[in-house]
Design a protein around this ligand. Sequence first.
Ligand code: FPP
Length: 222
Amino acid sequence: MDGNGRWAEQRGLPRVAGHKAGAEAVRRAMQSAADHGVEVLTLYAFSSENWRRSADEIADLTGLMRFYLERELKTLEKERIRLKLIGDYSAFGPDLVDRLERALERTAGNDRLTLVVALNYGSRSEIATAARTLAGQAMTGQIDPDEIDEHALAAYLETEGLPELDLLIRTSGEVRLSNFLLWQAAYAELLFLDLLWPDFDEAAFAGALEHYAARQRRFGGR
Ligand code: FPP
């Protein structure tokens, strides 16, 4: 969800105004995904590198998350959306962690759309953690190192149990993955849009789905 800062700058507004508009775009994307019958929507809300931002901006972002969690919990329940988190969200402090865990519990039984929010997430660290778990199991003889294949590793990624990633969208014109779902993106269609995240609306969502539908995926075959 890139481009909140630039969206604000273009309007002579503080960065937080861009994040607020970005949070509205999150609400629209969530609704569009549910309406289009998308099974899983994953949003990169806070990367493990985002701690390098100013304390004020981090406070603005966590404040917005708190506000939206409170406000949108009813929507999640009404639309039968299940919340799932990836990343080490324990770093956000007890108040936000409590609210996140309450939202996880309250939506656990929902079955329409799974909304995965990546918070303090980094893909390399996720892969390293999975490797460390398998190494530990090999050390204690629980598994034979020769059995460690891609399925064994994927079983310890935080996305375990979710379907294969089909489409990955990055807004704002940057053409990078920036440590997001590196493993999971192996066969995903990548879509880089010249649109700032707050401008990502229902039409952009529908356009992305059309673009995906028009691609032929070969998974390395012909
Ligand atoms: C990237 O734009 C965006 C973020 C680092 C934060 C994403 C957060 C939200 C959309 C709002 C809150 C989230 C939820 C789930 C309610 P940037 O600041 O890097 O933009 P720039 O590259 O133009 O500076």
